[in-house]
Design a protein around this ligand. Structure first.
Ligand SMILES: Nc1ncnc2c1ncn2[C@@H]1O[C@H](COP(=O)(O)OP(=O)(O)OP(=O)(O)O)[C@@H](O)[C@H]1O
Length: 235
């Protein structure tokens, strides 16, 4: 199967504008590809640039140079040079993202937060709510919490709402930033199973997992981000 996303010669240098413009090279020459039906994992020690890569792939951080070619609407888009509206369209249609923390919307209940991405894409509100409920039940979120805004939920409860929201759509590419960090063993196992289902559905996943057991259970390939480190002597 041809890849759905190809990264080549990707580099990121942060410029610290409030520190006299100090340049901090983090990634030089990253190269890898994501394939349908597989889960790749970004590996390497803390601070090596795993989150920075994930954020560039979602368009949150601008790359300094290189290419991120994504198969999108039957064509190909380079995320590095794409217009903001193209990036928004990519997020709508092609690239999903489960962040580490839920962005809580005041006064919106958990079930509606999970259903929202489907409603936005035109799914009937009742069907979307049913699918949201199925996911929340699967992730063991007590039904009495479904109508409440998650602001007061525990860290693990918020993370499960976030996972349900990220998994409810059918994006062909799914980025996962430590989705199991605050979960207990039972719920980690549910997420591992949900990732396996996405793979069977042909989704290409890329994630950061500090939990070794989860990583071993889901990873088809490990991308060693330390191999993309800039040459400090030359920098
Ligand atoms: N917005 C930013 N501005 C300046 N420096 C940044 C920014 N984001 C990340 N960095 C720096 O880039 C380097 C890589 O950070 P990043 O979060 O990508 O690493 P990581 O491999 O995901 O680490 P961890 O495993 O600890 O989460 C760090 O030295 C960090 O300080």
């Amino acid at each position: 199967m041809p890849p759905v996303l190809v990264v080549s010669r990707l580099a990121k240098t942060f410029t610290m504008h409030l520190r006299g413009g100090i340049e901090l090279p983090v990634i030089a020459n990253a190269a890898f590809a994501l394939h349908p039906g597989t889960c790749a994992v970004l590996g390497g020690p803390s601070g090596v640039g795993k989150s920075s890569i994930l954020k560039m792939l979602y368009g949150n951080y601008a790359a300094s140079s290189g290419r991120i070619l994504v198969r999108h609407r039957g064509g190909e888009v380079d995320l590095v040079t794409a217009e903001p509206r193209t990036i928004l369209d990519l997020r709508r249609e092609t690239i999903g993202y489960v962040s580490q923390f839920l962005r809580v919307v005041p006064r919106v209940g958990a079930l509606d937060i999970v259903a929202e991405p489907l409603v936005e894409r035109g799914t009937d509100r009742r069907d979307a709510a049913r699918r949201a409920g199925d996911l929340l039940a699967r992730l063991n979120l007590p039904e009495r919490l479904w109508s409440l805004p998650p602001a007061t939920f525990s860290g693990g409860e918020q993370q499960r709402v976030n996972i349900a929201r990220g998994f409810i759509t059918d994006h062909p590419i799914l980025l996962l930033d430590e989705p199991t960090a605050s979960l207990d063993a039972a719920n980690r196992a549910v997420v591992v199973e949900m990732i396996a289902e996405k793979k069977r559905a042909g989704v290409a996943l890329l994630g950061i997992f500090h939990d070794v057991e989860v990583r071993n259970a889901v990873a088809d390939v490990v991308i060693d981000v330390a191999g993309f480190a800039p040459d400090r002597k030359a920098a």
